[in-house]
Design a protein around this ligand. Structure first.
Ligand code: NAD
Ligand code: GLY
Length: 374
């Protein structure tokens, strides 16, 4: 468990995902993208592909390409359009187009350079191109460094539901270069903090204490604070994924705030609210539901809400329907991977630092939506 809020930060660290033959390291540190050693000892291939987007590629693709040319004779770069709205079949096909046009074989290694959207799509392309080619995650957003690049969930969106089409497919390695966070817009940094905060109430109250103490440093982009937050987030995620890789139970706790959050994202139209913003607000709603079920005290909901607000995130949900807002949320939330036989299930806080997945009466869920939306 987490040591103390005062433990000094440890940049240049590694966390391990233990999954037998699919185990891999997460490297965390500065200047890792341009270091050829970051990519040593990967499988040999005659060509590899960097998948990025129109925002991230101009910033970092050349550095990564130079580092990879120390190991591979040919390195292609693909720039996808940028945005959650492009996390689709059509964009996925652009990856397959480049792989096929260049006659890439099944040894080709894919490198996902970007945030969670690029990472999820590149992972899915790697899982399915020629029934599976190796891939490496090089996450460049805080959200991707603390969550989406780790654990092997890959997906694209469907107009009817978020991340509804995808595969579990682990990367060979994750390389988190802290320097990339220096170019990240403040709104995106806040969105990433939502997924950092998430780990506290579900697994580690000492980490929540530490985040509260250091929220200003994190918001200011302080590298030591970010390194520490990324390391502890990855450690918690590694512990959970190591026990339940394919989410047959425990792993669902990592979706705290996501049932309400996904409804906000798809109900507003993908990209209007950032994923982390929707998750931040969704955590407030899920905490409120936990309290109404008698699982936690009102003070805990207020504490979490205050922190989420301090992280620059919205804490009130949007109105998704002028006529039946709660009904619309419920309709959208039913398209959720945790739904069983039509029954909605939520990740709830079952006491500080403990999460549980369970159903809740519609009447309570409606009350929560009514008090939490403006
Ligand atoms: P994102 O990938 O859209 O990136 C956010 C924005 O920041 C984009 O415009 C991107 O181009 C830009 N950007 C990225 N790195 C940058 C940098 N270093 N400097 C400047 N700009 C940069 O969004 P995200 O928040 O990283 O990821 C959200 C996605 O991740 C969602 O689709 C969500 O469903 C998915 N996700 C997946 C998992 C998983 O386990 N696979 C977990 C959480 C979230
Ligand atoms: N982001 C939730 C998970 O990886 O399970």
């Amino acid at each position: 468990m987490y040591a103390t809020p005062e433990t000094p930060s440890r940049p240049n660290s590694q966390v391990h995902i233990e999954l037998a033959e699919r185990s891999y390291p997460i490297a965390i540190g500065g200047a890792l993208i341009q270091a050829s050693e970051s990519f040593a000892n990967l499988p040999k291939a005659s060509q590899v592909l960097i998948v990025s987007n129109t925002t991230v590629a101009p910033l970092y693709a050349e550095q990564l390409k130079t580092a990879l040319l120390q190991h591979y004779p040919k390195v292609h770069v693909l720039e996808l359009p940028d945005g959650e709205v492009f996390k689709t079949w059509e964009t996925l096909n652009l990856i397959f187009d480049v792989l096929l046009q260049n006659e890439c074989d099944r040894k080709t290694v894919l490198f996902a350079l970007g945030g969670g959207v690029v990472g999820d799509m590149t992972g899915f392309a790697a899982a399915s191109y020629m029934r599976g080619v190796p891939f490496v995650q090089v996450p460049t957003t805080l959200l991707a460094q603390v969550d989406s690049s780790v654990g092997g969930k890959t997906a694209i969106n469907h107009p009817l539901g978020k991340n509804m089409v995808g595969a579990f497919y682990q990367p060979l390695r994750v390389v988190c270069d802290l320097d990339t966070l220096k170019t990240l817009p403040a709104r995106e940094l806040s969105a990433g903090l939502a997924e950092v905060i998430k780990y506290g109430p579900i697994a580690d109250m000492a980490f929540l204490d530490w985040i509260e103490l250091h929220i200003s440093d994190l918001m200011a982009g302080d590298s030591d604070a970010l390194a520490k937050a990324i390391q502890r987030s990855c450690e918690i995620k590694a512990e959970v994924v190591g026990q339940d890789e394919r989410e047959s139970g425990l792993r669902a706790i990592l979706n705290f705030g996501h049932t309400f959050g996904h409804a906000i994202e798809s109900g507003m139209g993908y990209g209007k609210w950032l994923h982390g913003e929707a998750v931040g607000c969704g955590m407030v709603m899920a905490a409120e539901l936990s309290q109404r079920l008698g699982l936690i005290e009102p003070g805990f909901v207020q504490r979490l809400k205050h922190l989420i607000q301090k992280a620059g995130l919205p804490v009130a949900g949007p109105i998704l329907s002028a006529t039946d807002n709660a009904g619309r949320y419920l309709e959208l939330m039913r398209v959720d991977k945790k739904t069983e036989a039509g029954e909605l299930r939520f990740v709830l806080i079952d006491g500080p630092g403990r999460a549980v997945v369970r159903s809740a009466p519609d009447v309570l869920v409606r009350q929560v939506i009514e008090v939490c939306c403006i």
